[in-house]
Design a protein around this ligand. Sequence first.
Ligand code: NOJ
Length: 805
Amino acid sequence: MMVAVYDDEVMKISSFCPRHRLLALLLLSGLSWLTAAAQSAPRPNAQLASKPVNLRVDALLKQMTLDEKIGQLVQYAAGYATGPGASNLKYDELAARGQLGSMLNVTGAEATNHYQHLAVEKSRLHIPILFGQDVIHGHRTTFPVPLALAASWDPAAVETVARFGATEARADGIAWVFSPMVDIARDPRWGRIVESAGEDPYLGSALARAWVHGYQQDDLSRPDSAAVSVKHFAAYGAAIAGRDYNATDMSEITLRQVYLEPYRAAVEAGAATLMSSFNSINGIPATANPFTLTQVLRNEWGFDGFVVSDWGAVAELRNHSIGDGPTVARKALEAGVDMDMEGGLYSTVIAAQVRSGAIPESVVDEAVRRILRVKFALGLFDNPYTPAGPAYDATPERRAAARKVAEETFVLLKNDAAGAGPLLPLTAKAQKVALIGPLADAPAEMLGAWAVTGDPKYAVTLKTALAARLGDRLLYAKGCGLLSGEDANVLERASFTDQPVAAAELPIPDDEKTIAEAVETAKKADLVILALGESASWMEGEAASRAYLGFTGTQQKLLEAVSATGKPVILIVLAGRPLEIKWAAEHVPAILEAWSPGIEAGPALVDVLFGDVNPSGKLPSSLPRAVGQEPLYYAQLPTGRPAHGDLSHMPRNSAERFVSRYMDEDNAALYPFGWGLSYTRFRYGQPTISRGEVPRRELLASGHRPMVKVGIDVKNTGSVAGTEVVQLYIRNTAASVEQPVRELKGFIRVALAPGESKHVELPLGFDELSFYNVDLQRIVEPTTYKIWVGGSSLATAETSLTVTE
Ligand code: NOJ
């Protein structure tokens, strides 16, 4: 029986190395423990834990020399650099020697096949190379940035983006995407907030699952699936002061309950790989951190995939002052970093330490095993090459998907009456529209921060799309650049690709004059659309922390000058982070948060501006009144001296003074988490609960099953169809460890025709109600939960649930 089962495996092993059939048989007979081990522990990715994959891995591993093993642990960028100090080794030779396990930034069938032929045909054991790349918000087809996607609160939209990304990446020879980034980001000074799902672990976890399913399709062997690399493990988003690459420092309860949650969700969804982060966590660098990389990830979560370091992060451990090169490489490897990305340290200092006995060879073997598992599961041994396909084109199908997704990501922050009714949507009547601003006609800027293989030539700007709609009723003036004169000359140096600096970024030498021209243009129109923000390629993403969060350059001057004309202004904010737009919120009647919308920016914006599509996005990240409020997020822990009421004035007595507040600004967000208006109105009924009480032991035994349902009627009381994101928040009122004043624990998008009402039910169970106690166990305790349901984190419709002994 055993032989029969294994015979198939022997054939598979023999097929990539026919001369070793006998050896394979011998090996397999001694490996029955593997099956038992894989079956006894819960393993989130069944393919990586499967017997066939592990049998093939072990059989191969037994044949490998130490140098070949270490070759699997290295990754080099033979293409462009996405970090400092790119190496320039002889990659052809390394590939042919079987010492090039992985490459990044090599794109296209021809380029990847070149190295793959060398690895598979010339190297002794024919092990294929795994090609990885930053496929973040689409690959060739550029979708909105991840923060924008989070504003859709639509896991299906995220899956769509991941599907397009994986399919297009595979066509380019890339079977491994460095996505999703699931770092919780609560501080928009940190430029990488653009790559995140924002501030909330519940929303972040839901979208993390969607990314993983979308890329991997629960089957890595499909030719259009790509393995994910969930990043950056861990707590990178909590970099102190919002400064990129900085240390993080927090309690283990917060680490687990907030920052690790989306990682847990991604691993449970079957994520094949993770990327370790640059930061340290409570004094231990994340890239040499046995607690996160081994205890939590492998021992607690049962992760069977591999961990790659971030770019050069193993070598950079020396800067953390935890040892010299050999020491930090050993620490990283032993902690659980299996692959060294563009650092060159594993390739130079591990072998000698294994030979001297400083590092047990079993540690190297385990890292190799994890990497080979992913290669086998992806089917790379059986299909290592990428067939040459047609050249990429932004086909109507791709454009339609990009447009539909973008339309879901826009958040209508404000829409005041201007004349008879709200300013938006624009009526098709004979209005003259002045389109003004440096982002109105800037194709490259529409692509966003991580459009590595995106091409500005496919991006349709707002100006192009509005011109198609309005013809000669559209007037246009750029008004100013994104930067002022003195900022300009740093751009060339800061660019990390060889792409030319986008025109929109360049300062206009005489802003005074161009702002005056824009004012004249505004005066000739019935209303003004202002497209302002920050530069996607220069101010968003990695190494793009900001100390100020306002509009860059002279855009604020432009905004104020145009507003002073008295013409109704619609402000479209194009940015990869929550900007500080307090002046605009006080003076501009309509504001649409549009992020970086991707190639269909213009058409999607026009659809929403004219009401062909009703905006439905909700903020995934609180918008501050002032940068001094950061990190600002709704799920604050309680204080003994909460501040209530209107804090916009100076305190008038000691009751107003000695509370947790700012002397010079309100505590509240300008626009809070979950916020977003529609062209229609939604009315919420009184929430009901299927059971008002649940015994604690029932909850503890329930696993992932919902135990109660919170029901609510939602009605569209307006005259146009719309989609509402119904949100459920809880507060635990009597916990042994204090819990946030509100936490999102459910949401659903509900489409409603005018006058239509729907009954919505949102489940609650152990997953939603549990928290970490002081012993770091995830538990529920007897308590009462307040529950609110509504259209933002300010929801007021309330019910409650009691957990009894
Ligand atoms: C560094 C970034 O932190 C990471 O997100 C990215 O995947 C790698 N470079 C590779 O480009």
